[in-house]
Design a protein around this ligand. Sequence first.
Ligand code: FAD
Length: 321
Amino acid sequence: MAEVLVLAEHSDGSVKKVTTELLTAARRLGTPSVVWAGPGVEEGRARLAEFGAAKVYVADSADFADYVVAPKAELLAQLVRSASPAAVLLAGSAEGKEVAGRLAVKAGAGVLTDAVDVTAGPDGAALVSQANFGGSVNVRSAVRQGLAIITVRPNAVAPEAGAGAAELVPVAFEASAAAKAARVVSREAAAKSARPDLQEAQVVVSGGRGTGSADGFKVIEELADALGAAVGASRAVTDAGWYPHAFQVGQTGKTVSPQLYTAVGISGAIQHRAGMQTSKTIIAINKDPEAPIFEIADFGVVGDLFTVVPQLIEEIGKHKG
Ligand SMILES: Cc1cc2nc3c(=O)[nH]c(=O)nc-3n(C[C@H](O)[C@H](O)[C@H](O)COP(=O)(O)OP(=O)(O)OC[C@H]3O[C@@H](n4cnc5c(N)ncnc54)[C@H](O)[C@@H]3O)c2cc1C
C-alpha cells in the first residue's frame, strides 16, 4: 500500500483531535505515517497507534518551536524525497495551510486546501471535496500531476480508530539558514478558557449583532456553558468590540464544522456562512423570519433571543437534572 504522510498537530505531547481525523482520512488512501516535529512523541505515540499510524517519523528539534513554520515545510520536503508518499495530509489550520503552500513549492506538487472530505478515487488517488463560495458550491478535485498535498478542515472527517504499530523512526533534520530567517523571540500563553477550542468543538454557540451589546452577549456564553459548547461571534460583534476577534466565525475569521452550530441573532451574511456552513446541524434563533440564516438552518426559532435563550437554558438544565 502507498505511504501517506500526516503532519501531526500536537501540544505538550497531547495529540490534537484533528490529527486523528487526518489519520482516518489517510487510511482511505494508503498506509499512514505520521510526521512528528518537536518533542513529546512518547506521550502521543499510543494515540497515534490507536488511529492507525504505521510509522512515526520523529524529528525532535528545537527549531520547530523557535522558527515558525518554515522548518516544518523543510522536514516534510525531506521526507517526501526519501519516502515518496502518495499524498501528504495536514490540518486546515492557518499554520497547516502555510506549511502546505511552502511544501508544494519545494516538492513541485499540487495543493488542495480546506477539504471537507477525502476519499480514494477510481485510480486510488485522493479525491477531495471542498465547499466553496461560502458553501454554496461543492466541488470535487484531484491533483493530476505529482504528489497531492491536502489540508483537511478540522471536524470535517469523523475520527475512526484503526490499529497501527506507530513504529518510531528517528529522522536527522537540521533547518536551513533560510528557514531560520524569522525567529520567535517571546511567547505569551493565551488565557485558558474552560470552554472547548472553537475549531475543535463538537458544539458551537455563536452570537450576532442581535445581542445588542457586550452585556447582551453574555447570554451567548451562558447558553454555550449549558451545552458545554465553544463560543463564536459574527464580525458585527467583534468589530463592535463586544467579544474578542479570535472568536469571529466566517470568511475573515475562523472556519468551524461542528456537529451542532447555533446562530443566535445572526442574519446569515455570506461571509458568516463561509465559516460555518459545513456544520452538521444548524439551529438559528432570530426575530426576523426572513433572515437568510433560516435558508441553511435545520431548525429555526423565530423570536426574541432574550426570551428564547433563557428558556432554552432552563430546559437544558431540567434535562441535565
Ligand atoms: C470582506 C468581508 C469579510 C467579512 N467577514 C466576515 C466574517 O468573517 N464573519 C462575519 O460574521 N461577517 C463577516 N463580514 C460581515 C458580514 O457581511 C455581515 O455584516 C455580518 O456577518 C453581520 O453580522 P450579524 O449577522 O451579527 O449582524 P446583522 O446582519 O446586523 O444581523 C443581526 C441579526 O440579528 C437579528 N436580531 C436583532 N435583534 C434580535 C433579537 N433581540 N432577537 C433575535 N434576533 C435579533 C436581526 O433580525 C438580524 O437578522 C464580512 C464582510 C466583508 C465585506
